[in-house]
Design a protein. Sequence first.
Length: 184
Amino acid sequence: MPELNLQPDNALRWFSEPGACGTMPPPVLLNWLTDPGLLTARLRQQCGADFRLEVIEAIAHQPPAGPHEELRRIVLWCGDQPCIYAETLLPEPTTAAHPWLKELGNEPLGETLQTRSDVSRSGFEYALLAPAQMPFTLSGQNDADLWARRSSFFVGGTSLLVTEIFLPGVLECTVRRARTVDQN
């Protein structure tokens, strides 16, 4: 079970392009980072029956300087590999207008939003997180820098913020899948 270690968002530097921080991600990871599609759908397609979504927690959250919001943390798995950690911040006006957002359970947020006609998404921002900046600890997974992206979803005049951190498992699953395809 992951231990959570929230860091203030302003401790991270976010950039409009992945390489703007001075380091480029490996090409395979760059493809994942910049993919405008849904990560859940992509990982589900890649992993098949080995895909699962784990809700770590969904809680009411009161930031030190800000309005009440809901915080949802999940991990997307491919078999025994944690691949993507995601946090969704749902401001109170958003959950008041769309209470179904607090009742997602194990349903993927992106796939649920995709079914609605009143949803749009901002562009991505990117960050390279040092181990000390991780919002969680996953045993054996947090000793290297990890890439993250974030974007806002706009739902009928309200918004929510989704941050996704790409764990080493996403590359391991991608490489394993490529080998399997090559062997067939």
